[in-house]
Design a protein around this ligand. Structure first.
Ligand code: WTA
Length: 647
């Protein structure tokens, strides 16, 4: 098999995959043929207050999906992540925190995390927060972020974590969409030796219309400088100290909401995907244990931020439900230099490292010697997520970071799926670098062609999932219609992922990337529509179209075509301003990599922008533009090609 990693041939016998080919095939078949039995057994992974009798109640129909799992079950997520470990793992490290500053570490045992979470929960209760209330978190990567999430879960409140890199505008939109009464933040966050003024951003967000719902802001003090305090602000650490360390967990229905997480789609504003208590937790815990082959003495590090779904499922909920030691890293892989990742691995004897291809490429960009300051002998498995891993980055991970000893788990999944959906679930020697390969237990992928017909065998098409799984998002907060429309109207009877995939002759899957208008920049998901709407709000901009283009480091870069108002001239200063409006509306992660001043945009006669053509020009694939005769003004294409920005 030409795709098989050549370096593995010799080392194969030393490498153990978490799931062998044979085990996988047997259990996968069972999960598909007897799903009720399969999931009834798997649900024993959790502690239920009332054990569910009803297991699956789900079908995807045209404009009407029903997704319910374990619906008569009752449980509490924080009790599953904390209380049930106290007896056997009370003194085990739950969170190992590594500060942005390499001299700072914190060790928090399960007993301590339980106590602090109870205090946090009592504090929220004292502020009147209870079952079903929404709470927005805008936090650095500090243990208090996990405590705040678990505290919400303990009292039945629904958290919405907003990534600390998002701007005040973006934060305000997310606060108002779910009408949070309480915001939890910190004075500052530290990243790469710099400070982000989180609390100041919250103040700015709360000055924006729509956020009047917020009554209290809980501030965790992290910095050493005074900040402005408003009358609604509360010092969370001080108030926590006054609280009791006992807090009875609320008995929640399996289908009760656990959290909302906003993510970008093809159109419109970000969608608040809602995940539930029972199905989500089971799926996060199960995938975390199976895909990484978790052992009791593992020290597990997922480098994602809690602001993303990976941070939810694989920094907090999955590992803690499994009683694992989870490492939380406040900083960035490049600070103080690119040797940091290896040094963190050595300092804590990390055994499993879960990261993104973009972080690996950044390290790789600094040469093989970037890893010389560490040994990484403790590592036994490396996982990746966020985008397809290119073979070069795969080999760097395998040979350099993992010293040729670690299997690489490329995990494909989405905010919507709650947990891993595909990974190389096979003996190590069968792994194909760059392929997500196999569906997880209970997951039925299929490929569709442009006519909506199922593709059989070797082929490429739109990736859908036939049938529900426990970790699936149940709705878009406040807009169920949009949920149905986005995910279930495209291919009735199946969940539409928005990704394309190729299935090879062995039946293994290769994810090819988004087929909708969603960008994936350094593993960060962004909608072209959000960026365009920021741009057209600028008074000099008549029209804007944003597309992605292949970028060596980031996976995808952002290319913006801008048509200016008549009488406005392009300039360097205007470019800066446009970047500034995007940063203001979304955040620094949405930096424009290229701006092309466009005399016009290619449109169909009915006025639809031909993005396909814009993508090709941005990627410099101008030979295969296809038929452009149906455009209302074909000359525009010539002009755009001539003036193309080289990046
Ligand atoms: C992409 C992140 C290829 C994909 C967990 C998906 C991947 C989107 C992979 C979801 C992978 C994620 N291989 N592509 N291993 N993992 N993606 O919601 O396009 O932030 O649809 O969830 O990232 O991004 P999201």
């Amino acid at each position: 098999m030409s795709h098989t990693a050549p370096a593995m041939a010799g080392a194969a016998q030393k490498l153990r995959s978490p799931i062998s080919e044979q085990d996988y095939r047997e259990r996968y078949r069972y999960s598909i043929e007897s799903p009720e039995d399969f999931w009834r057994e798997e649900m024993q992974r959790l502690d239920w207050i009332r054990t569910p009798e009803k297991i699956i109640n789900g079908h995807f129909g045209e404009n009407h999906s029903r997704i319910q799992w374990f619906e008569d079950g009752v449980l509490n997520v924080s009790a599953n992540c904390l209380d049930r470990h106290l007896e056997s793992r009370g003194d085990k490290t739950a969170i190992l925190w590594e500060g942005d500053n390499p001299d700072q570490q914190r060790v928090i045992t399960y007993r301590e995390l339980h106590e602090q979470t109870c205090r946090f929960a009592n504090m929220l209760k004292a502020l009147g927060v209870g079952r079903g209330d929404t709470v927005t978190l805008y936090m650095p990567m500090i243990p208090e972020a996990a405590m705040a999430m678990l505290a919400c879960a303990r009292i039945g409140a629904v958290h919405s974590v907003v990534f600390g890199g998002f701007s005040p505008e973006a934060l305000a939109g997310r606060i108002s969409d779910c009408a949070s009464r309480v915001v939890i933040t910190a004075d500052i966050s530290r990243r790469g030796g710099k400070q982000v003024p989180l609390k100041k951003n919250v103040d700015e967000a709360l000055a924006i219309k729509g956020t009047e719902c917020v009554e209290h802001v809980l501030v965790v003090p992290c910095g050493d400088k005074p900040i402005d305090w408003q009358s609604r602000d509360i010092d969370a650490c001080a108030m926590m100290q006054e609280q009791s360390v006992a807090c009875e967990p609320e008995a929640m229905g399996a289908e009760d909401p656990l959290f909302i997480l906003y993510t970008s789609g093809s159109t419109g504003t970000p969608k608040g995907l809602m995940h539930t208590t029972g199905g989500y937790l089971l799926y996060a815990a199960m995938t975390h244990q199976e895909i990484f082959g978790l052992r009791e003495d593992d020290v597990y590090w997922c480098a994602a931020d809690v602001g993303w779904v990976t941070g939810h499922s694989y920094v907090v909920y999955g590992p803690l439900a499994n009683g694992a030691t989870t490492v939380m890293f406040e900083g960035v892989p490049s600070y103080p230099d690119y040797g940091r990742v290896g040094e963190v691995i050595d300092r804590h004897n990390i055994t499993i490292f879960y990261t993104s291809p973009t972080a690996i490429r950044a390290m790789m960009g600094h040469g093989d010697h970037v890893m010389d300051s560490s040994r990484r002998d403790s590592l036994r498995l490396i996982g990746t997520v966020g985008e397809p891993i290119n073979p070069q980055a795969w080999h760097f991970s395998h040979q350099i970071i993992g010293n040729g000893r670690c299997p690489i788990m490329d995990t494909w999944w989405q905010t919507e799926t709650g947990g891993h959906m595909m990974a190389p679930l096979t003996d190590v020697e069968n792994v194909k670098p760059g392929a997500a390969m196999r569906p997880f237990f209970g997951i039925r992928p299929a490929l569709m062609d442009a006519e909506g017909k199922r593709i059989e065998g070797d082929g490429e098409g739109s990736l859908v999932i036939e049938g529900s799984w426990p970790g699936q998002a149940r709705t878009i907060w406040g807009n169920h219609e949009r949920f149905e429309e986005t995910y279930f109207s495209m291919h009735p009877g199946a969940y539409f992922t928005g990704d394309g995939a190729h299935r090879d002759a062995d039946g293994d899957y290769w994810i090819t990337g988004r087929i909708d208008d969603v960008l994936n920049v350094s593993g960060h998901r962004m909608g072209t529509a959000e960026i365009e709407s920021a741009l057209v709000a600028h008074p000099s901009v008549a029209e804007a179209a944003v597309v992605g283009f292949p970028h060596d480091m980031k996976g995808q870069g952002i290319y913006a075509y801008i048509t200016l108002m008549q009488g406005t001239e392009p300039s360097e200063a205007l470019s800066k301003e446009l970047n500034e409006v995007v940063r203001r509306d979304i955040g620094a992660i949405a930096k424009l990599d290229a701006i092309q001043w466009a005399p016009g945009l290619p449109k169909t006669r009915s006025g639809k922008i031909m993005r396909r053509i814009l993508r090709k020009i941005a990627a410099n694939e101008v030979d295969g533009l296809g038929d452009i005769s149906t455009l209302s003004d074909p000359d525009v294409v010539e002009a755009l090609i001539k003036e193309r920005v080289h990046h």
